[in-house]
Design a protein around this ligand. Structure first.
Ligand SMILES: [Zn+2]
Ligand SMILES: [Zn+2]
Length: 272
């Protein structure tokens, strides 16, 4: 399995995930044309995207979803709440499938499970994507790491998690106080400190890559996010974990692979 972030942050979020020729997007927060161009640049035919998994209805995640779905035939999949809140009528998309809690959706070799997260949207989700005997946890936009999310990501080989703001920069920054309160709240966004706490307490043993995403351009600095996460990983003795950051321009392809020697059930068994 491999992934490529096409864009991350308030200007638009989208991640491409691929395994055995099957491709899905997590979020489509860029306009349809921009999204199509970024896929082209990655050498990917937009028509080959099978499903867009929508985390929630906010524009920086959903902006291009309906238009992209209509143009290229990708179905959309997300919670019942996202469907209602995004205002997607039957004629607006190539089809919408509700992701029921605890019920994974299979797309070819990929299996995608929704994990509810605390965010000020209707029915927002993080996703656990499995294929090839390895898994990716993909979570942005939540105010704290709930028990359910920490447990949901426990067995993941790679975790993409938002590191949205530095608390001091947010408090001293230009946003009006009600907006600051919203971001700081338990259903707002995750700070660098929250991520550090997650890495210290809850990062699962199989994880070999952490990708920091949705880093605010106004209330954070990539180096502050990196430092907080690096320090936490070092304190936890997890220096084998590769730490990456992504911004508005996304990333190159990144492989998600299980840790060497890890046993993952029948797919990993070799019978001599
Ligand atoms: Zn967002
Ligand atoms: Zn949001």
């Amino acid at each position: 399995m491999r992934l490529r972030v096409l864009g991350s942050g308030s200007s638009g979020n989208a991640t491409l995930v691929e395994s055995a020729g099957v491709r899905v997007l997590v979020d489509a927060g860029l306009g349809c044309r921009e999204l199509s161009e970024r896929l082209d640049a990655a050498g990917v035919d937009p028509a080959s995207i099978a499903v867009i998994f929508l985390s929630h209805e906010h524009q920086d995640h959903a902006r291009g979803a309906a238009a992209f779905s209509r143009k290229w035939g990708a179905r959309i999949c997300g919670s019942r709440g996202t469907y209602a809140a995004a205002g997607l009528g039957a004629e607006d998309t190539a089809g919408y499938d509700v992701l029921e809690p605890g019920m994974p959706r299979a797309v070819g070799a990929l299996s995608v499970r929704g994990v509810p997260v605390p965010h000020d949207a209707i029915g927002p989700l993080a996703f656990v994507i499995e294929a090839d005997g390895c898994s990716l946890g993909h979570g942005t936009d939540f105010g704290h790491v709930s028990r359910g999310l920490a447990d949901g990501f426990q067995d993941c080989d790679a975790v993409l998690i938002e590191s949205n703001y530095d608390p001091a920069m947010l408090r001293e920054g230009p946003y009006p106080w009600p907006v600051k309160e919203r971001i700081l709240g338990s259903r707002g966004h995750l700070s660098n400190d929250d991520v550090a706490r997650y890495l210290l307490r809850d990062l699962g043993a199989p994880c070999r890559m952490v990708l920091l995403a949705h880093i605010s351009q106004n209330n954070n600095h990539p180096e502050l996010a990196r430092m907080a996460a690096e320090t936490a990983l070092r304190r936890r003795g997890r220096t084998e974990v590769r730490l990456e950051l992504t911004g508005a321009d996304g990333t190159d392809w990144m492989d998600v692979a299980p840790a060497a020697g890890a046993s993952r059930g029948p797919q990993q068994l070799r019978l001599w």
